[in-house]
Design a protein around this ligand. Structure first.
Ligand SMILES: C[S@@+](CC[C@H](N)C(=O)[O-])C[C@H]1O[C@@H](n2cnc3c(N)ncnc32)[C@H](O)[C@@H]1O
Length: 419
């Protein structure tokens, strides 16, 4: 495994905040994603708990931060996510595209787009629910042209690289408020003054992502590989028993309805990429805690019981929803435990959110749940979430602008599987 430049003493002194760190190096710059892990945190966890490790698993891989860091550190990696857009990002960020080839293709694509524009060719935009509510006519027209050009001019082997830049362009040229991860429209009063810049945005993205690719391509360990599956973790992990050395992951903070709405964040992009409305809209319902179901995993967590009792006093329905998330989370543990080698490590980055004024100690609840499945708690590191990364402020009522400062701190819980 490659060594970090900082010594262990320097790391300890610096803490885990990484407030001024550049989090957009390598392919980490490709696309934002809600509640992304800090690359520096993943890197340090791999360095500290992955000595001699060969295989890393991120069972909630999102945009693939820990998978990218695995390749840079010389580990193979496997990622799972229920959200097809997360899977696209994670696959693309860890792929071995040759930057020289991609640069040539970008050049060819540009010429092709110019030709289409010169000849007034206007491909049909997709027809999905409410497209005219979310996109101005000119944005819809230019995005349709770009989408068509990528399809025609770029071979399938490298197409995802361009689709990720296209995805960022969809988001930035839509009528959504970019300061929210949930879907909120720019107010009518401001919409008329807003001019989407589809082509400029796309070429800026392609250029920036190419620089990230070059850095990644140079520094990744070529012999390593990454496999990413679109999968609900509760349905199992496609790996043999006792094959994983290290888990580095950040699970969802709670159900998507009331915390981070990964599905809402991804919906418009997925619709532009050709996913049907149902798939694009159902992600949050299908994610952990998405719908009420009978308890299936046996676990005990006194800290959860205490928190639920307090929430139930204010709102029994909310208590039930919160419980569902942890029931679903516990359901993932038999599989997580099965695939990890004896004495293997699991590093979970979690946040303690507040519901109905009650702080839910997820770090402690996680330790209690994991202990029911044969895990020992080693230590917990704490990190302050710098102001510039406040996606964790959420709207508890789903109302635009109604923020609750639920999390200013993250907890990095380190567990070891009992032999
Ligand atoms: C906090 S995010 C992970 C972010 C990631 N560490 C990154 O840096 O981008 C949690 C992820 O869990 C995924 N998720 C939720 N329920 C899931 C399930 N049942 N199976 C697999 N993934 C799930 C969500 O789609 C989301 O991408």
């Amino acid at each position: 495994m490659r060594l970090l430049l900082r010594t262990q003493e320097e790391e300890e002194e610096a803490g885990w905040d990484y407030a001024s760190a550049d989090t957009k190096t390598h392919t980490h710059c490709y696309h934002i994603y809600p509640a992304m892990m800090i690359p520096q945190v993943a890197r340090r966890l791999i360095h500290t708990y992955g000595k001699g490790a060969e295989l890393l698993l991120d069972p909630f891989c999102g945009s693939g931060t820990s998978l990218v860091e695995a390749r840079l550190a010389g580990l193979n990696a496997v990622g799972l996510d229920i959200n097809p857009f997360a899977v696209l990002l994670a696959r693309t960020k860890t792929a071995d595209y040759d930057p020289i080839l991609v640069r040539k293709q970008a050049h060819a694509l540009r010429n092709y787009v110019d030709d289409l524009l010169k000849h007034g060719i206007q491909p049909e935009p997709p027809q999905f629910f409410n497209i005219d509510y979310w996109f101005k006519p000119e944005a819809k027209r230019d995005l349709a042209l770009l989408r068509y050009a990528i399809e025609q001019a770029i071979p399938t082997e490298t197409r995802d690289f361009f689709l990720v830049a296209f995805a960022a362009t969809v988001r930035e040229s839509s009528n959504t408020r970019l300061d929210e991860y949930k879907l909120y429209r720019i107010p009518e009063s401001k919409l008329h003054a807003y001019t989407p810049r589809v082509f400029e945005t796309f070429w800026e993205r392609v250029g920036r992502n190419l620089r990230g690719l070059e850095e990644f391509f140079q520094e990744r360990v070529p012999a390593t590989h990454v496999q990413v599956y679109e999968r609900d973790l509760r349905q199992g992990i496609p790996l043999p028993t006792a094959t994983v050395d290290l888990i580095v992951t950040s699970p969802p903070y709670g159900d998507s309805q009331t915390t981070v709405a990964y599905g809402q964040f991804s919906r418009l992009v997925l619709q532009w990429l050709g996913y049907d409305d149902d798939t694009a809209k159902s992600i949050d319902r299908r994610a952990l805690g998405g719908k009420i179901a009978p308890v299936q995993a046996r676990y005990e967590s006194p800290s959860l019981v205490t928190a639920l009792e307090a929430i139930a006093q204010a709102c029994p329905k909310r208590a039930k929803q919160v419980k569902q998330f942890y029931d679903d989370f516990a359901l993932c543990f038999p599989e997580i435990t099965r695939v990890v080698k004896p004495n293997g490590y699991a590093c979970f980055v979690v946040g303690n959110r507040t519901v109905k004024g009650v702080r839910i100690p997820t770090d402690q609840i996680l330790i209690e749940i994991a202990s029911c499945f044969g895990w020992r708690h080693l230590t917990t590191h704490h990190r302050n979430i710098p102001n510039k990364r406040m996606p964790l402020r959420n709207s508890p009522t789903n109302k635009a602008g109604e923020l609750s400062p639920t999390m200013t701190e993250e907890h990095i819980v380190i567990l070891q599987k009992q032999p």
